[in-house]
Each structure stands twice: as structure tokens, then as C-alpha cells.
Design a protein. Sequence first.
Length: 72
Amino acid sequence: MSTEDEQKWLAAWRSAGPELARIRGRELRELDDQTGTVQATWLGIAEQSPAKSGSGLLQFQEWMIKWRSVAQ
């Protein structure tokens, strides 16, 4: 059973959903290749690196060096 506030919240998201999808689609269409590559790299989608043992500091530094060269 839902409360009145929950019903209002659900209704707000149902009405906002199509507009948010439209905005997302427009932003993706307007995305240039360089920005898309940087964002994908930032998310870890463009290149999956194998897991390494240790604290991860060296892996993070390697990743930042790669990201810096792509971002410039």
C-alpha cells in the first residue's frame, strides 16, 4: 500500500520520464567524438584494465596519465 506522498512522487517521475529521455537523447546526439571518448574513459567503458594486486595506487596513476593524454 502506498501513501499519498509516494503516489505523488511516482506521478512526478512518470511525467518527468519522457522529458528526461528526450534531454538525454539530445545530449547524446550532440556529443562530439573527443568528449565522448573522454567520458567513456572516465567511466571505464573504453578500456577495461586487468585487476592487479596491491593498493591500486600505481594502477590509478597509470590511469590518470592515460586520461590526461586523452583530455588534452
